[in-house]
Design a protein around this ligand. Structure first.
Ligand code: ZN
Length: 353
């Protein structure tokens, strides 16, 4: 058998082997076998050396044709197998968008935070700014500058957590340290008036502390929102108009307010504000203990003595202040029977809001 026949036989065998492969790895092995440096074609061509010069061109032509035929067969099969492999991968990685997802529970703001944010929003709309002060406060700001000097009887109205000073550097007042956990947000008023000149329109939300045992209507730590206005020509009418607007914004436009005379050391005159009961509409029910009204905040005109502590001229300026408990607002708005529920972290309760 001549070399030309060998080449044709090699070509047919190679094409058959290419057609028989089913994957790219197998195809590459076949390519090495037939076309590699040590492959069948190279082996046959080594025999060209033994041919006569007349025979060589014809055999060279055949060997080129065979090489081209094998190479194009490989390329064609390679393209087919690569496309098939790609299709298989896409199929395997496909996402079935019709499958139901796994829901992750989404957190939310605590009810106390929600109410605080809502009240803050109302006052920002009225042009107020937010003020802050320390929760660990000096006696001076919590009591003295709010018209309750050390001998003032009103101090006994509030049960205070005192911070004991072990260094002994701070002077004691009646055997107590003069550092305490603030019992109300009113010390922020004093700090604002010390550092700003009128006109002042500020709102101070924050935590306050009292030595109360937690029960359905008391908490040793709760949230207050304090407001202070100091400007020329501020009257009790401005106070009433502002708080009536705020109560309606919090509880709804159909709720009414009433002002009852009260006493606070740092305002004169002072009042407590009630909002009409949302359960009975003012007729009287168990929730409002038959009165038709629910107590919601304390307020009054800033006492001129307080202006004296911070150097504001009471002849030129007047102002009002108010404070409300956020937990109480939450309880009245959502009919929560026990304030402790707000702090217990029971998700079955908190998820309702
Ligand atoms: Zn009622």
């Amino acid at each position: 058998m001549g070399i030309t026949e060998d080449l044709h036989e090699l070509r047919d065998r190679g094409i058959a082997a290419v057609d028989a492969t089913n994957d790219l790895v197998g195809l590459d092995a076949v390519r090495v076998e037939f076309l590699g440096k040590k492959g069948s074609l190279t082996t046959i061509l080594r025999g060209l050396g033994g041919l006569s010069p007349e025979e060589r061109p014809a055999v060279g032509k055949v060997s080129n044709e065979v090489r081209q035929a094998l190479e194009s067969a490989f390329q064609e099969r390679h393209a087919e197998l690569a496309a098939a492999a790609m299709a298989e991968r896409i199929g395997a990685e496909a996402v079935d968008v019709t499958l139901p997802g796994r829901a992750r529970p989404v957190g939310s703001r605590h009810l106390i935070e929600q109410i605080s944010a809502q009240v803050v929003e109302i006052f920002l709309g009225l042009g107020y700014r937010i003020a802050e002060g320390p929760e660990v406060e000096l006696d001076y700001y919590n009591f003295t500058a709010l018209n309750q000097p050390p001998d003032h009887p009103a101090r006994s109205l509030q049960d205070t957590f005192y911070v004991r000073d072990l260094s002994g550097e701070r002077a004691d007042i009646d055997g107590e340290s003069d550092v305490l956990l603030r019992t109300h947000t009113s010390p922020v008023q004093v700090r604002v008036m010390e550092s700003q000149k009128p006109p002042i329109y500020v709102l101070a939300p924050g935590k306050v502390y009292r030595r109360d045992v937690a029960d359905p209507s008391h908490l040793p730590q709760f949230t207050q929102i304090e407001g202070l206005v100091v400007d020329e020509g501020i009257t009790f009418g401005d106070l009433k108009g502002t708080l009536d607007h705020v109560c309606k914004a919090i509880f709804g436009p159909d709720r009414r307010t009433r002002f009852r005379p009260h006493f606070f050391p740092f305002t004169e005159p002072s009042a407590e504000v009630d909002v009409s009961c949302g359960i009975c509409g003012g007729e009287g029910c168990r929730f409002c203990k038959g009165s038709g009204w629910l107590e919601i905040l304390g307020c009054g005109m800033v006492d001129p003595n307080v202006f004296g502590y911070v150097g504001i001229d009471p002849e030129r300026y007047s102002g009002f202040a108010f404070g409300m408990g956020v937990e109480r607002i939450a309880a009245l708005k959502y009919n929560i029977p026990d304030l402790r529920m707000l702090l217990e972290g029971d998700m079955r309760f908190l998820r309702q809001f």
